[in-house]
Ligand binder design. Structure first.
Ligand code: XMP
Length: 487
């Protein structure tokens, strides 16, 4: 179903204007007792819109409606046993829910429910783990139904949204396509639209969606920097040009990148060179499309939230995900058909639009590409070594069925050499470092505990198959203190 995230400062009038079918008040790290703790316009509680408060949200309801939130309670962090209070009738808790594990993370706790509310469940350290006032259509839970560690959590959210708030499952991928197709048509009319494809999921899905809306009015530009993964450029061209019939300008710029990068070893200088050249090439090719008025961007909902505007005013360019960012003085208007979606929804949408799994299930790949995975100078020979080793890493990860469990898995080429022996010969060659991490958002990451057998297969294959490599190491650094990429 369709949802929007809005700041807690929203007024009751603004909420009413949006006509939401339900409100969920999220958890948060503050205590309701500290100064500056987020609070709600109390008139929101009078709108008659069903409300579910979770954790901090439940405490806020208790505090604002006349209950008590106790301080200095013994906090509860992690798994807790939830029991239904005897004789409590609950419209929220599923009927068979009693004596189950739930996930808790709180210090304060509701000790007294507001007038008109009843407590329906408790845990050892939260006397009011669930409370409700069905007449006012307000419910609250101290625990976190939204996390996987609360097995009954989705059933509770389902019940709130479907039965108590009466919302149907109308927000489907097909309806998103229809809506966005209509919106793109309305926005661009007969105007010419351009899109820079990076090979990543977001720009691919955005382009496919816009193409569905306006067909040949869309021209895509794909700059092959020569720093892509093995066969990646062929795949982009194959998918977009041959299979989808999208007009694609494929700029084979590898040689220009290698010339600019010759002799450069400093990581940030490399990034800058790669970014600037991208902008120059992009401008040179869109200069020929002088009638283009619009630029497609694969901005997602988290980018919109991060840039502070879920109200549609913060149309910022997502620079980190572009190679170096597009020119600041660009006068093109943005078309952002994915700005209401999360990553998993974008992937589903991509499938629905007919994009192959190799594109929609892709792991994130940095804009500067293999340029930041080759320590030291970037040369065509070193790119070829890394592409080969990286292809082996990814192939073996896929074979082992681990691709979707990992945030990223790739190879890095170091600029040191070590001694080895192969057959009867002494070798003096480069090591490949394997990097595989789990993460939810790349802000933090943990090194993946890959099975030894898998590491062994990758190591053997890389040393046997990739000339110029005689040693393989596995990176066991988390983020922080390391970063995911090596440069
Ligand atoms: P780090 O290395 O900072 O990476 O832990 C976090 C995530 O961002 C990706 N990354 C980049 N993406 N341009 C990009 O488009 C970049 O310059 C860049 N540097 C890192 C990285 O692959 C990881 O997913």
């Amino acid at each position: 179903m369709y949802s929007e995230i809005v700041p807690h400062r929203i007024t009751a009038a603004e909420v009413a204007a949006k006509q939401p079918a339900a409100l969920i008040l999220s958890g948060g790290p503050k205590s309701v007792h500290v100064e500056g703790a987020p609070s709600l316009d109390p008139a929101i509680y009078e709108l008659g819109i069903p409300i579910l408060g979770i954790c901090y949200g439940a405490q806020l309801i208790a505090q604002q409606l006349g209950g008590t939130v106790g301080r200095g309670h013994r906090g509860e962090y992690g798994r807790a046993r939830l029991t239904r209070l005897r004789d409590a009738v609950s419209s929220l808790l599923p009927d068979d829910l009693d004596d189950v594990d739930v996930w808790m993370s709180h210090f304060d706790a509701v000790t007294e429910v507001p007038p008109g509310f009843v407590a329906t469940a408790s845990t050892p350290d939260a006397p009011v783990a669930a409370m409700e006032n069905p007449e006012r259509r307000i419910w609250g839970v101290q625990y976190h139904p939204e996390v996987v560690h609360t097995p009954s959590g989705s059933a509770l959210i389902d019940r709130f949204l479907h039965e108590l708030a009466g919302i149907g499952d109308t927000w489907t991928m097909a309806s998103i396509i229809d809506e966005q197709v209509a919106a793109v048509r309305a926005q661009v009319g007969t105007g010419r639209v351009i899109c820079a494809l990076s090979g990543g999921v977001d720009s691919a899905v955005a382009a496919a969606l816009v193409h569905r809306a306006i067909g040949a009015q869309l021209v895509c530009i794909y700059v092959d920097t020569g720093l892509m993964r093995l066969n990646e450029s062929d795949q982009v061209v194959e998918t977009f040009k041959r299979n989808m019939g999208i007009e694609l300008i494929h700029v084979d710029a590898g040689q220009r990148y290698f010339e600019k990068l010759a002799g450069v070893t400093e990581p940030e200088t490399k990034r800058k060179i790669i970014g600037e050249l991208f902008v120059r090439i992009f401008e040179a090719h869109t200069g020929g499309l002088s009638d283009a008025e619009y630029l497609v961007q694969g901005t997602l909902y988290p980018d919109v939230i991060e840039s502070g505007g879920s109200d549609g005013t913060a149309a910022v360019i997502k620079s980190h995900h572009n190679v170096g960012g597009l020119p600041e003085d660009m006068t093109l208007k943005l078309v952002e058909p994915l700005r209401m979606l999360f990553k998993d929804e974008v992937r589903k949408l991509g499938r629905e639009l007919g994009l192959p799994d190799e594109i929609v299930m892709r792991q994130p790949f940095p804009g500067p590409g293999l340029g930041v995975r080759i320590i030291g100078e970037v040369t065509p020979e070193r790119v070829a070594i890394l592409q080969h080793a990286d292809a082996i890493v990814r192939e073996e990860i896929r074979e082992a069925g681990l691709e979707r469990e990992l945030w990223q898995a790739f190879a890095v080429l170091a600029d040191i050499r070590s001694v080895g022996v192969m057959g009867d010969e002494r070798t003096y060659a480069h090591p490949i470092i394997i990097r595989a991490v789990t993460s939810d958002d790349a802000m933090t990451a943990d090194w993946a505990r890959l099975p030894y057998d898998l590491l062994e297969t990758m190591s053997n294959r890389i040393i046997n198959e990739v000339r110029g490599v005689n040693r393989v190491a596995y990176d066991i650094t988390s983020k922080p203190p390391g970063t995911i990429e090596w440069e």
